[in-house]
Design a binder for this molecule. Structure first.
Ligand SMILES: C[S@@+](CC[C@H](N)C(=O)[O-])C[C@H]1O[C@@H](n2cnc3c(N)ncnc32)[C@H](O)[C@@H]1O
Length: 272
């Protein structure tokens, strides 16, 4: 795997991707506005956990949307939200304080790398890692670290996407000439995706269930599509200005929108 060809695996890119919340906020907002089907991820995760775990670790918590939801749904005694980005943790802290004020006092925000988690051995009841293991060139090493932290019988809930997620947008970006190689670039999710997540997890933990959910998106027009395309680090775009991107995308879309798909995969595993 050539890690420098995939910005999600290139640790030098981490600051560009997550040094502040701007890119992720824009990407999430463009994607949420486009979503037309697919179950809400935080709700699915909450349903896959035990009813009231005592000690929970949310790895790669990002802006904290899932953290806040799980804080309310599970009301654990201790919830640790871990991320390598201090900027993301600031957002997560604000979100938990706003949406789960009763539980906020039981939530810790920890800036750390998921390869080296500051937690005791055999301690955590539930680890959640949503949309972050594809940032590890070797996700198995992170799963071994998760296993160390988990108590015997504890549960892990992993969430990732299909390698071909949003393929229709790759075709559109290539056809518009913005990035003629868009369809040939490696998937951002190549190290841990719907097709390999179960096999990689089974090398470290007992896999209990695997579920694949189809999510469908419809970007209403070129301007909406441009807002998402500008946030996708897979593309090598000649310029980032939204007006220019919109114009170029519209040479293909001609006033129409574009639909695209992504599978979201949930792997639930436990430490025997
Ligand atoms: C797409 S966000 C995940 C958001 C969140 N889990 C959710 O479901 O909404 C990916 C997060 O993984 C974090 N991340 C990437 N590499 C990491 C590492 N080596 N250790 C810890 N966090 C990492 C990033 O900082 C980012 O906040």
């Amino acid at each position: 795997m050539n890690t420098s060809a995939n910005p999600f695996l290139d640790h030098k890119q981490r600051h560009v991707l997550y040094g502040d919340a701007h890119r992720l906020t824009q990407r999430t907002s463009a994607l949420s506005a486009a979503k037309i089907s697919g179950a809400a991820v935080a709700e699915v995760i909450a349903g896959l956990g035990p009813s009231r775990p005592s000690c929970v670790l949310d790895v790669g918590c990002g802006r904290g949307g899932t953290t806040a939801y799980l804080a309310r749904a599970w009301s654990p005694d201790h919830l640790t939200a871990l991320d390598a980005s201090a900027a993301m943790l600031d957002q997560a802290r604000a979100r938990v304080t706003e949406h789960a004020p009763d539980i906020a006092g039981r939530v810790r925000f920890v800036c750390a790398d998921f390869h080296d988690i500051p937690a005791l051995d055999d301690h955590v009841d539930v680890i959640v890692a949503a949309f972050c293991l594809y940032h590890a060139p070797k996700p198995g090493t992170v799963l071994a670290e998760f296993r160390r932290c988990l108590r015997p019988g504890g549960r892990i809930i992993l969430v990732t996407k299909s390698a071909d997620s949003y393929a229709a947008l790759d075709e559109l970006v290539a056809a518009s000439g913005l990035d003629p190689d868009a369809t040939r670039r490696p998937s951002l999710y190549e190290s841990f995706h719907s097709g390999n997540a179960e096999t990689i997890t089974a090398q470290h933990l007992r896999v209990d269930t695997v579920a694949h959910h189809q999510h469908r998106f419809h970007f209403t027009d070129a301007a909406h599509t441009a807002r998402y395309v500008a946030t996708n680090p897979k593309y090598r775009l000649p310029q980032q200005e939204l007006d220019t991107l919109t114009e170029r995308l519209d040479t293909v879309l001609r006033g129409h929108g574009v639909a695209t798909d992504s599978a979201v995969t949930y792997v639930v595993a436990s430490k025997t």
